[in-house]
Design a protein. Structure first.
Length: 354
């Protein structure tokens, strides 16, 4: 290795005068440049010869030397630019693609967790789109959905879940949190709008109309008893059940929304049929257990602990309903006026029965 280095140094020393004068061909010039990068001794000799040329050389020699310097600088600049481009390409495009491939299962679990969160906590929501972006440091999942607001119109909402790749805590953020249609706070602020006055409003517009109504119960009831208390599914369209989770509704918190599930249907050879409340209950339990497992796998500790406590409460107490969203003709809805189980109602929407 030393002999090879010595031979290269000898060759460089022979070519040095011509190298300084810019008279070498392209191949020899490139060979000298490469040698200077790896040999400190020859580099010092070159710098000394360069200094002597600047002090004693004529204008032509100095001009050629400047040209040689500019050539070096151009190569350095090009090397730096190429390095930056490679880094940008690697971290901006290639790394996210590799991470997406590496975290494919994690991305699928995250999408399912976010879908479950929207489905189980936001009554009558309709998911419009799901997007997941895997970055170098974190993964961001976004769910855009539509919900019918208290103001009587459909509002676009979005929930984002940020999942760091390492170390940090996951965060979840929700826009337009005041648009949930099960809004206890709004009911308590209605003042003079008593339960009787709400029924009277419906009485005045009952002819030829359909009403969507949120019913709040004095005490949670077993889901198996719902039809016997509020009417069969052939008369009432049960849209949403809010489940008793053992928590008091004391504050609006992103981790304490309205836990429950929508009414589901099954599409088969005989057409679309409504699932029984018992089947709905079993599906809800299974999906909530799966949600807990996914949250654990993803490391979303704050959500996992909340779901774990809910699952434990449901396991010990069964599925009991705190509130219901139903829809039917206003005439049928008014038959519930004297129902002893109802503590309050909220009129969500009234429309013509076409």
């Amino acid at each position: 290795m030393k002999r090879e280095q010595s031979n290269e140094c000898e060759k460089f020393q022979e070519l040095l005068p011509q190298f300084l004068n810019g008279k070498l061909n392209e191949a020899d010039s490139e060979s000298c440049e490469n040698h200077l990068k790896n040999c400190d001794k020859c580099k010092k000799d070159f710098e000394q010869a360069e200094q002597n040329t600047l002090l004693n050389g004529d204008e032509n020699s100095i001009g050629r030397l400047k040209h040689l310097r500019l050539k070096f600088l151009r190569k350095i600049v090009i090397s730096v630019i190429c390095t930056i481009l490679v880094i940008v390409l690697l971290f901006g495009f290639i790394a996210p693609l590799l991470l997406s491939s590496l975290f494919h299962t994690r991305m699928q679990n995250t999408e399912q967790a976010l879908r479950d969160y929207v489905q189980f906590t936001i009554p009558s929501s309709q998911i419009k789109s799901m997007t997941i972006n895997q970055g170098l440091f974190s993964m961001t999942a976004s769910c855009k959905y539509e919900v019918y607001s208290n103001e009587g119109q459909y509002v676009n909402n979005e929930i984002k879940l940020v999942m760091p790749n390492v170390f940090f805590k996951s965060t979840i953020s929700k826009e337009n949190t005041t648009t949930d249609i099960l809004n206890y706070e709004q009911i308590s602020q209605e003042g003079s709008s008593t339960l009787e006055s709400k029924w009277n409003k419906l009485e005045k517009i009952k002819q030829g109309t359909v009403t969507k109504l949120a019913i709040f119960l004095k005490n949670p009831i077993n889901i198996d008893n719902v039809e016997g208390i509020f009417g069969s599914r052939s008369v009432m369209d049960y849209i949403w059940f809010e489940i008793d989770t053992g928590s008091k509704f004391t504050e609006y918190d992103i981790l304490y929304p309205h836990w429950g599930f929508p009414k589901k249907y099954n599409s088969g050879k005989s057409g679309v049929r409504e699932l029984s409340f018992k089947t709905d209950s079993i599906n809800f339990k299974n999906e909530m257990n799966n949600f807990e497992n996914i949250s654990n796998l993803l490391g979303i500790k704050n959500i996992e602990s909340k779901i774990s406590s809910i699952n434990k409460y449901i396991s010990e107490n069964g599925i009991k309903v705190k509130s219901i969203i139903i829809q039917s003709s206003t005439d049928n809805i008014l038959k519930l006026k004297d129902n002893a189980e109802i503590s309050n109602i909220q009129i969500i929407k009234v429309g013509f029965d076409y």
